[in-house]
Design a protein around this ligand. Structure first.
Ligand code: GLC
Length: 452
């Protein structure tokens, strides 16, 4: 089975005015937007911290890596050796994909219980199969066996289910489309992820592809209600090549005020936040970013997947938050259209932790001294109240004391999960907190006022 791509991400520096306030500085190719509505929405998005990225499409039927095995690149492996046969087999799932149990309210209930606050849904992945009823292609969930289902325009129902729960709404869309004949023209072999011809030799094909992609983006931003985030994947094609400026200008003045554009890995004006994939930047960053990380090892549903534990998810969330990012957790609904029980159990557990400790995560901002050993620090927006999150490594037990250097407390310190004050000592620059007995084996969060 194909492994999926990891993108290199380098961390950058932030500029500091004084201990707890930061100035916007260009770094790592990040360009601060100038539209105040976009800035406002970015700030709102940075309060959410925890979201879900659903991958749902043809690949969910056999339970294999999303789209990639269609591509003839030599790092890819496939369940069928012969390339042409593989393609036929894979495209064929458009004739059988019939998610009769499709229940986006179940998805939304579980993600809400997990403590998630925003969502992103794959309306079209690189394979070109649309999870919405596009008038520009028949290659969609709305045209196969699911056509007679009242929820055939799947994306609409997914977005609406999450709107009812006040999630911020994100639309994933792949710019490259390996099913579109104007991108992968059937006259030639499909050698790699790029269009399979020279643009200047076939300018008409290229133009058709550009129009098709632009039209689909206009369709999505015109007919599917309000989005907060447009998350564009497939960074080997840039937004500029498919008219993204025009799409955004139209969308932001027609119902999607302040729409956050995530033209992934492209940098500059239309990558309003950065998206390191399956990794966390080495250091804290002072511009908006999000790590997208899978709950299992795959983006979509695969059989017998091994999932991260609830504590592992919380540990990721603590690190990401302390470094100034949001965590976008990858979940794959089944081919029937449900979230499987193992995912539900894990996520509800994460939600239980967040119910007691969420104060240390949501609405927080970065603080300069953000890390010591297993302890991650976040701050209220006033910069005076700090949270220390002790992440409990897998297979370890809680220690008797938690220690860190710097961030000296003044006054009382509260252990959030028990809502009790805890005893601590400061010696020089070192803080030692004594833990009450009998705590559950899970990450802990402490709240205190930092000494000036
Ligand atoms: C990568 C992959 C894609 C996946 C995405 C999720 O860009 O190309 O398959 O959907 O990451 O973050």
């Amino acid at each position: 089975m194909a492994a999926c791509l990891g993108l290199a991400f380098s961390s950058g520096v932030f500029a500091q005015d004084d201990a707890n306030s930061y100035v916007h500085e260009q770094s790592d190719g990040y360009e601060w937007p100038t539209d105040s509505a976009v800035l406002e929405k970015l700030d709102q998005w940075q309060d959410q911290k925890f979201g879900v990225l659903f991958h749902w499409g043809l690949y969910s039927v056999p339970g294999i890596c999303e789209s990639w095995p269609l591509c003839s690149e030599d790092w890819i492996t496939r369940p069928i050796d012969n390339y042409e046969e593989y393609k036929k087999w894979y495209w064929g799932f458009s004739e059988t994909f019939n998610p009769t149990a499709f229940n986006p309210d179940q998805w939304a209930d579980i993600m809400e219980a997990a403590g998630m606050k925003y969502m992103i849904f794959t309306t079209k992945h690189h394979d070109g199969f649309c999870m919405f009823d596009s008038k520009y292609t028949d290659f969609s969930i709305a045209k196969g066996p699911f056509a007679s289902n009242p929820k055939k325009d799947v994306a609409r129902y997914v977005f609406d289910a999450f709107r009812k729960k006040n999630f911020m709404i994100g639309c994933y869309f792949s710019k490259p489309d390996w099913h579109c004949e104007w991108f992968w023209n059937p006259y030639y072999a499909t050698a790699n992820r790029m269009q399979n011809y020279k643009r200047d030799r076939h300018p008409d094909w290229w133009k058709n592809y550009q129009d098709f992609t632009y039209n689909q983006l206009m369709e999505l931003t015109s007919n599917y209600g309000k989005f907060d985030i447009l998350w564009l994947d497939g960074g080997w094609i840039t937004g500029d090549e498919i008219g993204l400026d025009k799409v955004l200008a139209h969308a932001r003045t027609h119902g999607h005020e302040g729409l956050i554009s995530v033209d992934r890995t492209i940098q500059g004006k239309n990558e309003n936040y950065q998206t390191p994939e399956r990794s966390i930047p080495e250091k804290q960053l002072n511009h908006p970013w999000e790590s997208c990380i899978t709950l299992s090892y795959a983006w979509g549903w695969v059989p017998d997947a091994k999932f991260k534990t609830p504590n592992e998810v919380v540990n990721l969330l603590a690190e990401v938050t302390a470094k100034g990012g949001c965590l976008l957790l990858g979940v794959g609904p089944t081919a029937e259209g449900l979230i499987q029980p193992e995912v539900e159990t894990c996520l509800r557990q994460v939600g239980k932790w967040l119910k007691k400790n969420g104060q240390a995560i949501y609405n927080t901002r970065i603080t300069p001294n953000y890390h010591d050993g297993n302890v991650w620090f976040t701050a209220d927006k006033d910069g005076k109240t700090l949270y220390a999150i002790y992440s409990l490594p897998e297979k370890e037990q809680l220690p008797a004391t938690v220690e860190w250097e710097g961030n000296l407390p003044s006054g009382t310190m509260k252990l959030l999960n028990k809502n009790v004050n805890v005893r601590y000592q400061c010696k020089g620059n070192k803080v030692t907190v004594t833990l009450p007995k009998g705590l559950a084996q899970e990450p802990l969060a402490f709240r205190f006022i930092v000494k000036k």
